[in-house]
Design a protein around this ligand. Sequence first.
Ligand code: APR
Length: 230
Amino acid sequence: MKHIVILTGAGISAESGLKTFRDSDGLWEGYNIEEVATPQAWKRNPVLVQDFYNMRRKAVLEAKPNAAHIALARLEEKYKVTIITQNIDDLHERGGSTNVVHLHGIITRSQSSKNPNYTYPIDGWELKMDEVCELGSPLRAHVVWFGEAVPMIETAMDICNRADIFILVGTSLAVYPAASLISYVGHEITKYVVDPKIPPIYNLIGLIKIEEKASIGVPILVDKLLNDLK
Ligand code: APR
């Protein structure tokens, strides 16, 4: 079975009502990222950070997978599929995909503020300030903040290295190390990108560009890839 690897970003969830990061003047739901998504912010103002992620979690729980998430799941009928997502929502899973790597964590889980390896499911949208992990430290959202290590990056590099087909959807490729993953995909591998504003990808020979919103472009591409095996 051919292995399709898909790297997704905020653009795939935009049509589910979850805002992207860089389409809104550098603000994220009205916040400067440094105020809410760094270890320093958590130290400075944990209540603000907790509230911010509680609001994001609420929005994620209310959102539904769109046609793009659902179409990607159909690829599993004929391909081995691995989705590497930078998104902290769970819309790929709810759209039916069974093999999803969350590079930047997932907002429906909490993690120990002492040891990121201790993670737990969150019941509902609210993580309260007095909730602690089994080590006795406060719980925070299970997301990778700016300035923190990306524990899944080596796994993701290895997956990209083993791709037979590679697809990018809805990412500006502005954030490293995620943006470097493309360089682990073999030169000879067919690569597609679906984005209304194609990100600047240099040195990518033979890149096939689908300049469309995810809900339009992804189902078209999935139909093509499934038809290729008929
Ligand atoms: N369909 C497809 N793509 C879209 C759509 C849509 N409907 N709407 C916007 N896009 C595209 C934009 O053109 C852009 O290329 O989605 C991309 C969104 O880029 P970013 O906002 O930078 O999101 P992302 O690349 O996921 O950001 C990476 O940065 O803030 C951090 O950790 C956060 O995981 C995030 C990382």
